[in-house]
Design a protein around this ligand. Structure first.
Ligand code: SAM
Ligand code: SF4
Length: 334
C-alpha cells in the first residue's frame, strides 16, 4: 500500500482543501467591472491541455484537495470542458468530495444535463441583473435570455443553482431586493459580492463600489434578517430572510476581512498557482508538469505554495488608485 501524501497546510496552519481551477481566461461576456472591452487573452499555446489540467487536478486530490471548482473566464466556452468534467467526476467518492463550477450561464442550457450526468450537484451562476438593458450595459452583450434559459435548464437537470450578484452602486443597487425575491421564489440562494480592485478596466471601480454593510442595512429596513450559522466552506456569511423563506450570502472582501479561515488556492489556465486572490505570490505548475519528473516537481511546487501563501489580502478601493493586482479576476478564476 502506498503512503498517503502530506496534506496541504500553510504557514498559518490553515488546511487547504479547495482548488479553484481556471480552465480558460476567455469569455463571451465583457462585464465592465471584470475586464475591458478590448481584453487581451492568453495565447492558446500557453494554456494547459485537457490532459495537463486533469493530471494537475489528480495531483491536488492526492494532496488532500477535496473540492474543485472549475472557473475562468467562462469555463463553458472551453470546447473540451465536458471531457474534463467527466474525468474529474469519476474521482467523486474516490478522493474528491465535490466538483462544481462557476458560470455566467450563457451556454448552460446546452450543458446542464451533461454536467448533472457527470456528477455535478451544485453550480454557481452569476446574475447581476434581470433587466435586459442593464445586462447589456454591464456585460456589453445581449445575453440575458440565454442566461435565464440556462438557469431553468440547470434546475430541470436537478442541479442546485446558487446565484452570485456583484453589488454595484447606481447600477443594480435598487434591483437587489427584487433579485433576492426572484431567486428565493425559484429555490435559489443568492450571494452578494463586493467589487474587487483586480486588473485595469475601462472605468474607475470606485464609481460603482457598493459596501455590503449599506446593502444589509437597507435590506433590514424591508425584511427580517436572521444571521445564519450555515457555512459553505467559503468566505460568505449568511442571513435567513423571514419573508421570502430563503438565504442571502454576503462576500465582503473590502468591508470585513475573512482571510483567517481561508482554505483555498487558485490555478490559472496556464498552470500558475496563485496562493491568494489578492496577492502576487505564485508558483509555476506548468513548468513542473512539463518537467522530466512531474510528480516530484509538482510536490515541490505545492510545498512552496504552502510556504508563501500570505496571511491575508490587502484590498482597498480608492479613487484613481492602481488595482491591488494587475491581473483580472478572469485570469485567476473568480
Ligand atoms: N465567467 C464566470 C462567471 O462570471 O460566473 C466565472 C468567472 S467570473 C471571474 C467569477 C465571478 O467573479 C463572477 O461572479 C463575477 O461576477 C465575479 N467578478 C469578476 N470580476 C470581479 C471583480 N473585479 N470584483 C468582484 N467580483 C468579480
Ligand atoms: Fe466573463 Fe465572468 Fe468576467 Fe463576466 S465576470 S466578463 S462572465 S469572466
Amino acid at each position: 500500500m502506498s503512503t498517503p501524501l502530506a496534506p496541504l497546510v500553510d504557514a498559518f496552519n490553515r488546511r487547504i482543501t479547495y482548488l479553484r481551477l481556471s480552465v480558460t481566461d476567455r469569455c463571451d461576456l465583457r462585464c465592465s467591472y471584470c475586464m475591458p472591452e478590448k481584453m487581451e487573452f492568453l495565447p492558446r499555446k500557453d494554456v494547459l491541455s485537457l490532459e495537463e489540467l486533469h493530471k494537475l487536478a489528480l495531483g491536488f486530490i492526492d494532496r488532500g484537495i477535496r473540492k474543485i471548482r472549475l472557473t475562468g473566464g467562462e469555463p463553458l466556452v472551453r470546447r473540451d470542458i465536458i471531457e474534463l468534467v467527466r474525468a474529474l467526476g469519476r474521482k467523486l467518492g474516490d478522493g474528491l468530495e465535490e466538483l462544481t463550477l462557476t458560470t455566467n450561464g450563457t451556454q448552460l442550457e446546452h450543458f446542464a444535463d451533461d454536467l448533472a450526468a457527470a456528477g455535478i450537484r451544485r453550480i454557481n451562476v452569476s446574475l447581476d441583473t434581470m433587466d435586459a438593458a442593464l445586462f447589456q450595459q454591464l456585460s456589453r452583450r445581449d445575453r440575458l435570455s440565454n442566461v435565464l434559459r440556462g438557469i431553468a435548464a440547470a434546475r430541470e437537470a436537478g442541479l442546485k443553482v446558487k446565484l452570485n450578484t456583484v453589488a454595484l452602486k447606481g447600477l443594480n443597487e435598487a434591483e437587489i431586493p427584487f433579485l433576492i425575491e426572484w431567486a428565493h421564489t425559484h429555490g435559489h440562494e443568492l450571494t452578494l459580492i463586493e467589487v474587487m480592485p483586480l486588473g485595469v478596466v475601462d472605468e474607475d471601480r470606485t464609481d460603482h463600489f457598493l459596501p455590503l454593510t449599506a446593502v444589509r442595512e437597507s435590506l433590514e429596513q424591508r425584511w427580517t434578517l436572521t444571521p445564519s450559522e450555515v457555512r459553505s466552506g467559503g468566505p460568505a456569511r449568511y442571513v435567513e430572510v423571514a419573508e421570502t423563506g430563503g438565504r442571502v450570502g454576503f462576500i465582503t472582501p473590502l468591508t470585513n476581512n475573512f482571510c483567517d479561515g481561508c482554505n483555498r488556492i487558485r490555478v490559472t489556465a496556464t498552470g500558475q498557482l496563485y496562493a491568494c486572490l489578492g496577492g502576487a505570490e505564485k508558483v509555476d505548475l506548468r513548468a513542473a508538469l512539463r518537467s522530466d519528473d512531474p510528480a516530484a516537481r509538482l510536490a515541490e511546487g505545492l510545498d512552496l505554495a504552502m510556504r508563501i501563501k500570505p496571511e491575508r489580502h490587502h484590498f482597498k478601493i480608492e479613487r484613481g488608485a492602481a488595482p491591488a493586482q494587475p491581473r483580472h479576476m478572469s485570469l485567476t478564476g473568480g
